[in-house]
Design a protein around this ligand. Structure first.
Ligand SMILES: Nc1nc2c(c(=O)[nH]1)N[C@H]1C(S)=C(S)[C@@H](COP(=O)(O)O)O[C@H]1N2
Ligand SMILES: [Mo]
Length: 410
């Protein structure tokens, strides 16, 4: 008997009646179903429920769903337009009333467990708008192609998260002087369904963990976090690869060394220390690779949608967002002549540190015909986005090349 039947309570009465009831429909060729077979519909929940019909499905096992760039137009990304990146299967049963968070690790004075209610009651609540961008956002731009989801530019969101500061909770638990790193533990299920394996367990150095904006969040845009985004408790760390923002959090380990959980090894979320030739095979060791920290400067044109047709007498209003990891964006420019000349855009201050910044501008096109609008952001350190795909790396991370849209003027 397949163990999945066990978990779903079908073991004793895995009768056709039970399956039919759970599916809410007759299984027409039930007699042909292999023994112990789990109907697909029961195997994973539907990530697309509540999402915009325009979302792009990269895969459904695990679920990976991308947002088309023009859908990212909102100042605060609504849930229906948030990309989903799962490494495993989402927890099957979420018992909120018994949900706990355990703080442990070599560098914690005494291991401590909090219920969700305790966390909410004992610590002050904060709300921040945070950019969470997948480290592999833009991966499809790399040649040769690297393995992993072939994201366009839509694996990013900037929603509003509410929770308690990780630093307040860690101070309550008591950190030792030798603390170096934190690592998270989530309750999602490894693709192999092996309960001893974690699908992902990443972390950040103490300095980032203790920033004001690093939250143990229980709300997203003012409501409970949706299931696929980490209900009921999520670590959120803005400006770094979103893989450090652990979903379905049940534990935080305070480590006396760099955290060594799942996806902290090999070249996962790492880039070469010195440039390597596209396609070159370099040993996956610390000698050659470094862990990605702050994400690079980037910008998007979220209005209009690429392919826009406009009348020649119209002044086109463009807008979008720009962000730069731990830094602020200082300048956003657009070009309609393939980067020969650039025009400065209006740039707003972020809602808070680590939130994206909105930009807008108006453009007139000299004659009828085909144009491309390119956008380029520069951060407060003077780093600008490259116009061509940046350094190839085997994980296909950090493609922050200038975004462009097509416009036809007639
Ligand atoms: N527990 C857990 N946390 C996780 C993941 C996961 O698979 N399991 N995926 C990570 C990665 S790689 C990304 S990009 C973000 C995606 O967050 P989202 O699905 O809410 O957009 O969650 C991160 N946190
Ligand atoms: Mo990611």
């Amino acid at each position: 008997m397949n163990s999945a039947f066990n978990r779903r309570g079908f073991l004793k009465k895995s009768s056709l009646a039970a399956l039919t009831a759970a599916l809410g429909s007759n299984i027409v060729f039930a007699g042909k179903m292999p023994k112990g077979y789990i109907p697909l519909l029961l195997d994973e929940k539907d990530a697309l429920k509540g999402k915009s019909p325009e979302m792009i499905v990269q895969g459904d096992k695990p679920w990976n769903v991308e947002t088309p760039v023009h859908l990212l137009d909102d100042r605060i990304t609504p849930v229906e337009k948030m990309f989903i990146r799962n490494n495993g299967l989402i927890p099957e049963k979420i018992d909120v009333s018994n949900w706990t968070l355990t703080i442990d690790g070599e560098s914690i004075k005494t291991k401590k467990t909090y219920t969700l209610e305790e966390l909410k009651k004992r610590f002050k609540h904060y709300t921040y708008q945070l950019v969470l961008e997948c480290g592999g956002n833009g991966r499809s731009g790399f040649q040769p192609q690297t393995s992993g989801n072939q994201w366009g530019q839509g694996a990013v969101h900037c929603a509003e998260w509410t929770g308690v500061r990780l630093k307040d909770v860690l101070a309550d638990a008591g950190i030792k002087d030798d603390a170096v790193y934190i690592g998270y533990h989530g309750k999602d299920i490894h693709l192999s369904r092996d309960p001893k394996k974690e699908s992902i367990s990443r972390g950040v150095p103490m300095a980032k963990a203790l920033e004001n904006e690093t939250l143990l969040a229980f709300q997203l845009n003012g409501k409970d976090i949706p299931e696929f985004h980490g209900y009921p408790l999520r670590l959120v760390i803005g400006g770094w690869p979103a893989s450090v923002s652990g979903k379905w959090i049940s534990g935080i380990s305070v480590r006396n060394k760099v955290h060594d959980g799942a996806k902290m090894d090999g070249h996962s979320y790492k880039t070469p220390k010195s440039p390597i030739a596209p396609g070159e095979d370099v040993p996956q060791t610390d000698e050659y690779f470094r862990i990605i920290e702050s994400m690079p400067v980037k910008s998007l044109i979220t209005y209009p949608k690429s392919g826009a047709m406009i009348a020649s007498d119209i002044e086109l209003a463009l807008r979008g967002h720009a962000w730069a990891g731990d830094h602020a964006v200082k300048k956003v420019e657009v070009s309609i002549d393939f980067g020969t000349t650039w025009k400065d855009c209006k740039l707003e201050a972020p809602a808070n540190r680590l939130a994206w910044q909105h930009w807008n501008t108006k453009l007139r096109f000299p004659v009828k015909g085909y144009y491309e609008v390119w956008v380029r952001a520069t951060d407060d350190k003077g780093n600008a986005q490259p116009m061509v795909i940046p350094a190839w790396n085997p994980g296909g991370y950090l493609n922050n090349a200038c975004e462009r849209i097509a416009v036809k003027v007639s």
